[in-house]
Design a binder for this molecule. Structure first.
Ligand SMILES: [Zn+2]
Length: 63
């Protein structure tokens, strides 16, 4: 699995699989460098914040 956040400021953050699984068929992903992104859970989604320009992106759950 490959997941990359490309911020408007040009910051690229790659997420990689840790190789661990928390539950059946769910791989755990981790940012390759947590100095460049902040990941936080909100009640209504998952917030990714670029540490360079401080812009945030919220991923909404699908219905
Ligand atoms: Zn940015």
């Amino acid at each position: 699995m490959s997941l990359t956040l490309v911020c408007e400021c040009g910051n690229n953050v790659h997420f990689f699989e840790t190789g661990e699984t928390e539950e059946y068929n769910v791989a755990l992903l981790e940012a390759e460098d947590d100095d460049v992104v902040q990941v936080a859970l909100r009640v209504d989604g998952m917030l990714l914040r670029c540490r360079f320009c401080q812009r945030g992106y919220k991923i909404l759950p699908t219905l």
